[in-house]
Design a protein around this ligand. Structure first.
Ligand SMILES: [Zn+2]
Length: 115
């Protein structure tokens, strides 16, 4: 016979407190770049920036690699990084994306001309 007892244990849990923009030092509460400041009736606004470079080696049994990344707020992404890239002659790709929640999948992705 095994008899179990219930114990409460203190456990440290690491949670994201904020993200700070590496350029302007603005902070996003949790991972929200103030998207909640612009509510949409019946939904919410997506305001996410990911700038990341990943490289590595992958084999059938596993792999390894490294990631280089920076945290940039949406304003710095659009007004600094994209501006700098355009200055280098880069044409920015812009895609229109549509999601349907019932299916949980991205259903449309098409190129979008961006001035
Ligand atoms: Zn910023």
């Amino acid at each position: 016979m095994r008899k179990f007892k219930t114990e409460q244990k203190m456990q440290e849990v690491k949670t994201l407190e904020y993200i700070q923009c590496d350029l302007c030092k603005r902070k996003a509460i949790n991972d929200d770049w103030q998207a909640k400041d612009f509510p949409i009736e019946g939904g919410f606004q997506v305001n996410d920036v990911t700038v990341e470079f990943r490289e590595g080696k992958v084999y059938p049994e596993g792999g390894h690699g490294t990631t280089l990344s920076v945290d940039i707020c949406p304003d710095c992404f659009k007004e600094k990084l994209l501006l700098w890239l355009r200055g280098q002659g880069v044409v920015i790709k812009d895609k229109l994306i549509v999601w349907l929640k019932e299916q949980g999948v991205q259903v449309t992705e098409e190129d979008w001309d961006h001035p």
